[in-house]
Design a protein around this ligand. Structure first.
Ligand SMILES: [Zn+2]
Ligand SMILES: [Zn+2]
Length: 246
């Protein structure tokens, strides 16, 4: 019998867009695969949920897509925990340059801080990461994560001027922001509607689509219907603590 010791998986730590809702923290995910555990985005409330799935001693790296608080504010909690309680120095963090400008001054003495930008490649254990600048101010990085022959892509925050196509073909699971519904679409939008997310993922040929970063005031059933219709097959709405195998 073959036992799979380390499947490639995505666990949702929070999926509310822009601000936390009554039932969900902001954006944050746990990616496990290639022998490592990576905390992908650290929006408010996600550090609490993270510890339901993995010990702070066992986080191998943190990846932060951009400096908006709904994607990075809980890195401050990790800094305090590692500096004073858990006593771990040098947890690698990969973040855009902007994230560091907003943090408490001693973060670089506690964490192993690495600035990443568009087109960078990073190896974390057996995971290969590739970053792509999205259509969202300030500098925001989507990421493709490959483990063996399987591939996860995360849009971070983006407007309609970016596509999963920028991360290449063969995406098995795409985690895409779908902040609102089609009635909020506008020419200068820096987010996607569920319709736009579905259409973009369809055009990029992604195998499975999970919608996240949904404003807490949006009707999730409407979002699912709108996204599924545009995608051409059923989308999955991200739910806190749900785990998806890639
Ligand atoms: Zn956001
Ligand atoms: Zn943002």
């Amino acid at each position: 019998m073959v036992v799979e010791l380390n499947p490639f998986s995505l666990t949702v730590l929070g999926c509310s867009g822009s601000f936390p809702g009554p039932d969900s923290a902001c954006s944050g995910y746990l990616v496990r695969g290639g022998g490592v555990s990576v905390w992908l985005d650290a929006g408010s409330g996600t550090m609490a949920n993270l510890q339901r799935h993995v010990s702070l001693h066992d986080i191998d790296a943190v990846v932060l897509s951009h400096e908006h608080p709904d994607h990075c504010s809980d890195i401050e909690g990790l800094r305090v925990a590692c500096g004073y309680v858990v006593e771990r120095v040098g947890v690698p963090v990969y973040a855009t340059a902007g994230v560091g400008r907003h943090l408490f001054p001693d973060f670089k003495t506690v964490l192993d801080w690495n600035v990443v930008t568009d087109g960078d490649d990073v190896e974390i254990g057996g995971l290969s990461l590739r970053f792509s600048r999205t259509d969202h101010p300030p500098e925001t990085l989507a990421v493709r994560i490959d483990a063996g022959d399987r591939s996860l892509a995360y849009s971070a925050d983006t407007g309609p001027g970016w596509s999963f196509e920028a991360l290449g073909p063969g995406i098995d699971l795409a985690l895409c922001e779908a902040t609102y519904l089609a009635d909020e679409e506008g020419p200068d939008s820096s987010h996607l509607s569920a319709r736009q997310a579905g259409a973009m993922a369809r055009d990029a040929g992604v195998e499975r689509l999970v919608l996240t970063h949904v404003w807490p005031v949006i009707d999730r059933n409407e979002s699912m219907d709108e996204g599924s219709s545009a995608y051409g097959q059923a989308v999955t709405m991200a739910e806190t603590h749900a785990e998806y195998e890639i």
